[in-house]
Design a protein around this ligand. Sequence first.
Ligand SMILES: Cc1cc2nc3c(=O)[nH]c(=O)nc-3n(C[C@H](O)[C@H](O)[C@H](O)COP(=O)(O)O)c2cc1C
Length: 204
Amino acid sequence: MEPWASSPATTPQVERKFHVLVGVTGSVAALKLPLLVSRLLDIPGLEVIVVTTERAKHFYSPQDVPVSLYSDTDEWEMWKRRSDPVLHIELRRWADLMLVAPLDANTLGKVASGICDNLLTCVIRAWDHNKPLLFCPAMNTAMWEHPVTAQQVGQLKAFGYTEVPCVAKKLVCGDQGLGAMAEVETIVEKVKEVFSQHHGIQQS
Ligand SMILES: Cc1cc2nc3c(=O)[nH]c(=O)nc-3n(C[C@H](O)[C@H](O)[C@H](O)COP(=O)(O)O)c2cc1C
């Protein structure tokens, strides 16, 4: 059975784990996906599924990611007839939290304007705004400094999503400056914060 079918988000929280859906896009920071997933799995009570863009696949090996990983092919292969599940809807139902790390300039632009032409952007387009969504931008400094970036990041915040800001460092391309994805530890701490808030709400 697919992991998202075993315990939908409607199952009471006391009986199941907190569901984190990690979205990964084609930034070089996707190299950190295996580390990010393993650090998330260290948090007791968390279950993780990954949704990847095609470009992101270039930066990691699926065998280094010890959770279910879905991409566009799965979405289209899963649906043959009316009774079949629509993967992006099943995933948005399953998730308690969406974490997009890294969020590259391309997908940032798509999300800001509502474009949904792959599995990841469809999940985000169909996102339940009562649930948290964290995004971790990652791009070259020149891209980061383009005026459209601040507009688009502002748009995502206006949707109610939470930015985990990028940091300044020497980037893989050799440039120095803002645009690097936040450290994995920073991202994991943010997830823990959301998880504990959610846990508190469930128990009150
Ligand atoms: C080696 C390499 C590294 C890249 N790193 C980044 C990056 O850090 N941030 C970014 O916004 N785009 C980066 N790109 C460009 C994206 O991969 C490109 O815009 C792609 O279309 C993104 O597709 P996606 O958003 O569907 O994953 C990189 C491209 C290459 C070839």
